[in-house]
Design a protein around this ligand. Structure first.
Ligand SMILES: [Ca+2]
Length: 431
């Protein structure tokens, strides 16, 4: 039986894991419940990048090694998973790509590592950000082995954290961070006026980005709702991305969107980026607390993010694609300018379009359960304490991803929590 989980070698490896896992007194006070799975996260292969090996600090090793290690750390937080540490894993297994032979991987994890759940995969990095194709082999029920293969992508500065969270959610089968349950904290009376504009979409896209009329629509919603926001994620990814880029560069017209085929595969917009619909920037009030409320209808892959942003000097080290297009410069032409000329263009653009030089520094989301009919959701944030001092601007991002489908939204309102509003009048720029 090659899939029997424990061999002598594997038991030794696990003993090393347990011994290395925190102070002994802490371990002895833990609940005695056995973990559900013994997990081996094999190092991921990074396309086109050689791994200098374990003697080099982790920060200088390829993206695939760092993503695998982030997954180990994150899964270890869950008592149901005993995760084999990086050094032990590297001793027994080379980086393993998504195309590796699944039977060989299963044998390795069972016989040499004593694991009954393994992750391995291939990572690419580039202009599109971080992209990982991940395979999961699950032998926790030895009579019924299962597994999956999925691709994840993110192009933000937090790409590794975003991918780690999404992969862990898929492994555990649940959202990693559960926002407060509805009703856990009562919605206060008298929320007053929202600090964002046009949450009900009656004034079209005022207060929001312009809908692209391919994945994002503002339209009559029926049910006495006036206008609503509709997002669809069942689209072929490449042509949609090309259209979004053309919109950013002013080379496409949202009133005349292209025809893009429907796609419901893991390679669709739903399986990768998902669709965001962004508000304009709202002046943040550090030291305050907020409530977000929303009505929605549709399947479960739906969240409303509130992200915090601030200006940072390091954001001003290049020109955004949209600015280059406005100036009629290619990235290469810009790179070939003398440094002082480049800096002058950046400073001029940052003075004209300061919002283009903001960077994300805070993130919270309201997770929306599946809703067959229009359903109201509400939650306060930050979950604990108040908004940090470094947050200068907030942006609401309505987000839909998996399954590939249509998602409807209305009354997306952001409020200052009233118990504090009583002591401070809102500034003009919030209204
Ligand atoms: Ca409405």
């Amino acid at each position: 039986m090659t899939t029997r989980p424990f061999t002598t070698l594997a038991a030794a490896a696990l003993a090393a894991v347990v011994a290395g896992d925190g102070p002994a007194d802490e371990a002895s006070t833990r609940p005695a419940a056995a973990p559900r799975a013994y997990v081996a996260v094999l190092n991921f292969v990074t396309d086109g990048v050689a791994d200098p090996g374990p003697r080099v600090p982790l920060a200088r090793r390829p993206a695939g090694i760092r993503l695998a290690d982030a997954l180990r750390l994150r899964l270890r937080r869950d008592d149901a998973y005993e995760v084999i540490d990086r050094l032990t894993t590297e001793q027994f297994a080379d980086p393993t790509g998504a195309e590796a032979d699944a039977d060989a991987a299963a044998e390795l994890m069972a016989r040499r590592l004593g694991a009954n759940l393994a992750l391995y995969g291939t990572v690419t990095t580039g202009e599109d950000g971080l992209r990982a194709t991940v395979r999961c082999l699950d032998l926790t029920d030895p009579d019924s082995p299962t597994g999956w293969k999925r691709t994840y992508a993110d192009d933000t500065e937090r790409a590794r954290a975003v991918l780690t969270r999404r992969i862990v959610e898929d492994v555990t089968g649940r959202d990693e961070w559960a926002p407060p349950e509805m009703g856990a904290e009562p919605v206060p009376e008298g929320l007053g006026e929202p600090v964002n504009a046009n949450g009900g979409f009656e004034r079209g896209s005022t207060g929001w980005e312009t809908p692209d009329n391919l994945a994002t629509f503002i339209e009559a919603g029926g049910d006495d709702r006036g206008n609503i926001l509709r997002l669809r994620t069942d689209l072929a990814r490449e042509p949609w991305l090309a259209y979004r880029r053309a919109l950013r560069l002013g080379k496409a017209d949202p009133s005349d969107p292209p025809t893009v085929p429907r796609d419901t595969s893991y390679g669709s917009v739903a399986g990768l980026e998902g669709v965001h619909f962004r508000s304009t920037f709202i002046r943040a009030r550090p030291g305050r607390r907020y409530w977000l409320t929303v009505d929605r209808k549709g399947p479960k892959g739906a969240k409303v993010f509130v992200k915090g942003f601030r200006a940072t000097p390091h954001a001003r080290d290049g020109l955004p694609e949209s600015t280059l297009a406005e100036l009629g410069l290619t990235p290469r032409e810009f790179a070939e300018l003398p440094p002082e000329k480049r800096q002058k263009l950046i400073d001029a653009d940052a003075a004209k379009h300061p919002k283009r030089y903001l960077r994300e520094c805070y993130r919270w989301y309201l997770n929306c359960a599946e809703a067959d009919g229009w359903t109201h959701f509400a939650a306060p944030f930050p979950p604990r304490g108040t908004l940090g001092e470094d947050v200068e601007w907030l942006q609401i991002q309505v987000y839909a991803y998996w399954p590939p489908d249509e998602y409807r939204w209305d009354n997306v309102h952001l409020y200052l929590a009233p118990q504090q509003a009583a002591t401070t009048a809102p500034a003009d720029d919030e209204l």
